[in-house]
Design a protein around this ligand. Sequence first.
Ligand code: NAG
Length: 259
Amino acid sequence: MAKPRSSRPPARKWSSSTMILTMLIIFTFLALILLGLGIFYIPSSDVGNSPKPNDLTSIAHNIVDRSHADENREKLWVEVISWEPRASIYHNFLSAEECEYLINLAKPHMRKSTVVDSKTGKTGDKHGEGLQVLHYEVGQKYEPHHDYFKDEFNTKNGGQRMATVLMYLSDVEEGGETVFPSAKGNTSAVPWWNELSECGKGGLSVKPKMGDALLFWSMNPDATLDPSSLHGGCPVIRGNKWSSTKWMRVHEYKIKQPS
Ligand SMILES: *[C@@H]1O[C@H](CO)[C@@H](O)[C@H](O)[C@H]1NC(C)=O
């Protein structure tokens, strides 16, 4: 076996200044890396005791202030309520006028739903599946279900339903919560637990509030279906419930011409 040294080109003589320069560059990089880590660390230490984003077993109450300069509108803020299913409340998403507008737009088209124990109406069909407006009177409810399709037929146009935006167009005096019976975590830890109906206490629940929008995902980040997105509408006990649903599809939803 040949001596490794003999095959090498003659070793270059490193001057001490080259050595110092090399060391300096290495140290600068190390310092930058450490600084970078430090900078990334500061915001997360600011949040203090809020749960880790990847901690899927707890309900997070991270509040992101997204208020804008428009004084006529209520403060818009986002509350993460669950990671399994992924769900957030966009508080004051719609103004009272916008809620009223949607209700009036749908009112003339309301008909008894065959799937839901309530009345539904569609607001035009220009925007894909369109906005669906639902009206629940006392005693009316929506049994727990998934928004995703389990068949091939429905996913042909537009693909799978990926996420749902559920907008509350009215307050409900009692009941009418949106309940996720399969949500992971301590569902009784929500601040509004004591205001929930019996049905609402059957899982993670969101109380309807006029203008609030609930966004939840039917799919996991890896595009598999999320069974924990099972959700239902609790029976209205007192008052009236108006809500509007917008489904987000994976692909573009093309309108079929009536034949
Ligand atoms: C769930 O949360 C409630 C309210 O914070 C608390 O009283 C209860 O002990 C918790 N349960 C569990 C199993 O952690």
